[in-house]
Design a protein around this ligand. Structure first.
Ligand code: NAD
Length: 505
């Protein structure tokens, strides 16, 4: 956390600088809408300079990062994890203010970021020097090796700013790439701080570059830039589609982590004792409302068996109405505000359309009364439960990305699976049941990248994360999350070359 000369938030070739245009942007605290930081508002010119630096560092950089021995790269990643642990409190607080989450959520995020760096350090350090292939002759030595993809463009969203950045930066560095990162223009602060930590850990200049600025200028330029080899994007479906289209022109490698409309399927037998009922309701609440539902894997569709619907929804709505909303830095606050006025307006329009289409409001559906811990200017919105929804409704089909839970019901297992799979997305979903055989059957039929059985939300750095359908292309985390940042190269060596004599002359 060494720097921070306001507005010098673009990092190119080891130097902090202002935007070429001199433009700046105020960063607002979503709890009161007041500015608390100022950053450089970069554009295409800043992006070009950053890509040039990353290109030079990849092709012939002073530290020669792509050819640095794997053990040294892994050691650097572990130093970064240690620095994150050292700065856990200030970084957790910064994430809380920037993204509007509670400080405890901010701290947990920083722990998870450090875990990602450690995981990819261990993964890459444990690898051999390549895969020897049997070419069928003792005269042939054939090996498949992995090389870094090159210059990576990393584009991240505002809901988990540093966590999403770490799922890209850690494997990109482990694999030996150089990169330019563009954080969300509304939550760039912890990513800026991480760039300082990378330098402190000893990363050579030019390997890690950051351009703060909007998606339509900085992000779009990164996606189309001819000197970028790979673009890894996390964000919404609309922007992700534009990124894929722009990247196709120069045939870049593309990884997309997009949205979700995630089902949480509850069978009646998961509620057969008071304790089980309490757990299922508690987890449904957590699935939908943690971080005000601004989670790509939020369990925003409750699909509950008809026979327990009334009891389940009544208890859920009761508990939702008790969630303590407020500024994330206040003691006892359980949920922060939405990230922006625009995001709240979007949520409000979805709730209005749901009510017009016949949904029944069971809790929330409005802005809360202001209080000492909840300034009137903050972007707060009450956790909202919409009963009697069906899959034709816009609120059920589209990603709201806010504290809105819709309720649908089923009578049979087949019906539950059909509903859960009836989405253009396919990021994550859960099944709650006391019947182990049914749990396995349903899990096997769900077309989602992560399936939880009697749980919701946990992920492991060792396990791939990503989506089916329009939830994206490729995977983050796990071995596949490292493979995204690599090219494979087959090296075929003939130890006893002889003429082929295909051509007579
Ligand atoms: P967004 O698509 O608006 O923005 C994401 C990033 O893309 C930002 O940095 C933005 O500036 C940039 N961007 C916007 N337009 C661009 C363009 N034309 N070219 C290049 N870059 C552009 O998304 P958001 O509102 O920041 O984040 C919320 C979305 O992210 C939700 O849909 C959520 O589901 C998704 N998300 C997915 C995952 C996952 O793991 N699948 C994780 C977190 C968030």
């Amino acid at each position: 956390m060494a720097r921070q000369q306001a507005q010098r938030t673009i990092h190119v070739d080891g130097q902090w600088r202002e935007a070429v245009s001199g433009a700046t942007r105020e960063i607002l605290d979503p709890a009161d809408a007041l500015p608390f930081a100022v950053v450089a508002e970069g554009d295409g010119k800043d992006t070009d300079l950053a890509v040039e630096a990353a290109r030079r560092a990849f092709d012939a950089g002073a530290g020669d990062w792509p050819r640095t021995p794997v053990a040294e790269r892994a050691a650097l990643l572990r130093r970064v994890a240690d620095l994150l642990a050292r700065d856990r409190e200030p970084l957790g607080l910064l994430e809380s203010r920037d993204a509007g989450k509670t400080v405890e959520e901010g701290r947990i995020d920083i722990d998870c970021v450090a875990d990602a760096f450690r995981y990819f350090a261990d993964l890459v350090a444990a690898e051999g020097a390549g895969r020897v292939v049997d070419a069928g002759s003792p005269d042939i030595h054939s090996v498949v090796v992995h090389e870094p993809a090159g210059v990576c463009a990393l584009i991240t969203p505002w809901n988990y700013p540093l966590l999403q950045a770490s799922w890209k930066i850690a494997p990109a560095l482990a694999a030996g790439n150089t990169f330019v990162i563009k954080p969300s223009e509304i939550t760039p602060l912890t990513t800026i701080a991480l760039i300082d930590l990378l330098a402190e850990a000893g990363l050579p200049a030019g390997v890690a570059n950051i351009v703060t600025g909007p998606g339509h200028t900085v992000g779009a330029r990164l996606a189309e830039h001819p000197d970028v080899d790979l673009v890894s994007f996390t964000g919404g479906l609309t922007s992700g589609t534009k990124v894929a289209q722009a990247a196709a022109v120069t045939v870049k490698k593309v990884a997309l982590e997009l949205g979700g409309k995630n089902p949480n399927v509850v069978f009646a037998d998961a509620c057969s004792t008071d304790e089980a009922f309490d757990t299922a309701v508690d987890q449904a609440l957590n699935a939908a409302f943690i971080h005000s539902g601004q989670v790509c894997s939020a369990g925003a569709r409750l699909i509950v068996e008809e026979s327990v619907r009334e009891r389940f929804v009544a208890e859920l709505a009761h508990r939702a109405s008790k969630i303590r909303l407020g500024r994330g830095t206040e003691d006892g606050v359980e949920c922060g505000p939405l990230v922006s006025e625009q995001q709240r307006a979007k949520v409000e329009s979805y709730v209005a359309s749901a009510l017009e289409e016949g949904a029944v409001l069971r809790s929330g559906g409005k802005r809360p009364e202001p209080s000492a811990e909840r300034p009137a200017t903050g972007y707060f919105y009450e956790p909202t439960v919409l009963d009697q929804c069906d899959r034709e409704m816009k609120v059920v089909r589209e990603e709201v990305f806010g504290p809105v839970l819709t309720v649908e019901t089923f009578r049979t297992e087949d019906e539950a699976v059909a509903l859960a799979n009836d989405t253009e997305y396919g990021l994550a979903g859960a099944v709650w049941t006391a019947d182990a055989a049914r749990a396995r059957r349903v899990a096997a039929r769900l077309r989602h990248g992560t399936v939880w059985i009697n749980d919701f939300h946990p992920y492991l750095p060792q396990a791939e994360w990503g989506g089916f359908g329009r939830s994206g292309v490729g995977r983050e985390l796990g071995p596949a999350g490292l493979a995204e940042y690599r090219e494979s190269k087959h090296v075929y060596q003939n130890l006893a070359p002889r003429p082929v004599r295909w051509f007579a002359g």
